[in-house]
Write a protein that binds this ligand. Structure first.
Ligand code: FEO
Length: 408
């Protein structure tokens, strides 16, 4: 069988999942996802992470084609989330003498899954493990993406096995290494994986990257998506930017609208932003676009304007869900605008105001609330909100972008 190798004795054991609709049962993955495990075949044999449980049988078969009847000495657990530990129990059953390698946070989680860890090797930062020719070093990177997460660094081949960090949605459709793939395909999926899964932990990501910057890394082998061996800067530079909330000049407008009145306000604001020279404007109907994509654009663009009609004296439910996700992920440093509509009672805009108070972003204009159809005074306010947002954005970025500040 054709084997995919990262080095003479290091094998890629990845599987493509094109069946799962929602990753973590939340996030849409129309392009699927891969689960990557790695096998180091040395005097001692080690696995780095496993795969999702639907692939257990093929995973065990693949391992056997490489090592035959020999046993696996170590299973290194960089991350215990089930998409990577799904085959742990099966590996323990097939190789009962195996030693689980993890840090002080790892084995409690193993027990949480009702698995007896058995033989364990507890490692701390900078600890090393020799497999023969291959020397491994361990570095914890807590909260990228769980508390126990760590990186295993192969000092011999200078490969960093990074778990979720630098991973991506999207299956590996033939190409496994970054230089075998048109990376345009992964542009959105790498970012969506970051923003959806790791984005809450930007400060931890920055600390992790600082920690890893001391290592001479020639290859990044994540547990999802491509293995990075040629274009490491492609993914590293993006992680640096995203985790620092270094956003582009642009505005995301989201609305919840039953009969179109709130939508019309969104259209007026969007048009005026365009007149003012803002080229990146994304307008989303909260009932149509999954928050996975909206959150992604919120991490991308500095401006955020949200509108809601009143629904049973409250926010439009899909807007409420989105705002709750934003609150949970807590992205920083945005300019904010809020607007909405009601007919017989309020509930939209006053709850948007509560969100504004909580999130503490820079509110660029007073809340706008129309009753029914958009009329001249609130139309003018929508124009003014867009102007105010454009002023803030252009003031922040004009020296670098040279974008013209045209008037309407
Ligand atoms: Fe890919 Fe946090 O699991």
């Amino acid at each position: 069988m054709h084997q995919i190798k990262l080095a003479d004795n290091i094998y890629f054991l990845g599987f493509n999942d094109r069946r799962t609709q929602l990753f973590e049962n939340i996030w849409p993955i129309p392009n699927g996802i891969s689960y990557n495990s790695y096998l180091i075949d040395d005097d001692k044999i080690a696995l780095v992470d496993t795969v999702e449980r639907q692939f257990i049988e093929d995973y065990l078969d693949k391992i056997e084609t490489i090592i035959g009847e020999r046993s696996i000495d170590y299973l290194i657990i960089n991350h215990m989330e089930p998409d990577h530990s799904g085959a742990l129990k099966a590996i323990r059953a097939r190789y009962p003498e195996i030693t689980l390698v993890g840090n002080k946070k790892t084995f409690g989680l193993v027990e949480s899954f009702n698995i007896d860890p058995g033989k364990v090797l507890l490692v701390n930062d900078n600890d090393t493990l020799s497999l023969g020719k291959t020397n491994l070093q361990f570095q914890t990177i807590p909260m990228v993406h769980w508390p126990e997460t760590m990186v295993t660094y192969d000092e011999t081949h200078k490969i960093a096995f990074t778990g979720d960090a630098f991973g991506s949605y999207g299956t590996l459709d033939g190409g496994v290494f970054d230089d075998e793939i048109n990376l345009d395909f992964y542009e959105v999926d790498v970012m969506r994986y970051f923003t959806n899964i790791v984005g809450k932990y930007c400060a931890h990501t920055q600390r992790a990257m600082k920690k890893l910057s001391g290592l001479d890394i020639k290859m990044i082998a994540a547990t999802h998506g491509p293995v990075w061996r040629t274009n490491l800067d492609w993914v590293l530079s993006r992680y640096t930017k995203w985790s620092a909330y270094d956003m582009e000049l642009g505005v995301v407008i989201v609305y919840g609208s039953m009969y179109g009145n709130t939508q019309k306000m969104a259209e007026v604001i969007a048009r005026q932003l365009s007149v003012r020279g803002i080229k990146n404007i994304r307008v989303y109907d909260s009932s149509k676009t999954h928050s996975s994509y909206i959150i992604n654009d919120i991490f991308k663009y500095k401006g955020f304007i949200v509108g809601s009609c009143a629904y049973n004296n409250a926010l439009f439910p899909n807007v409420e869900t989105l705002l709750s996700t934003i609150e949970h992920m807590a992205p920083k440093n945005h300019y904010l605008g809020i607007f909405g509509n009601f007919l017989w009672n309020g509930g939209g805009v006053n709850n948007l105001s509560k969100f504004a108070e909580m999130i503490k972003w820079d509110l660029v204009y007073e809340p706008i609330e129309e009753k029914g159809s958009l009329k001249a005074d609130k139309f003018r306010m929508c124009i003014e909100m867009a102007d105010s947002m454009a002023d803030k954005l252009l003031q922040t970025t004009e020296p670098e972008t040279g974008i013209s500040n045209r008037s309407h």
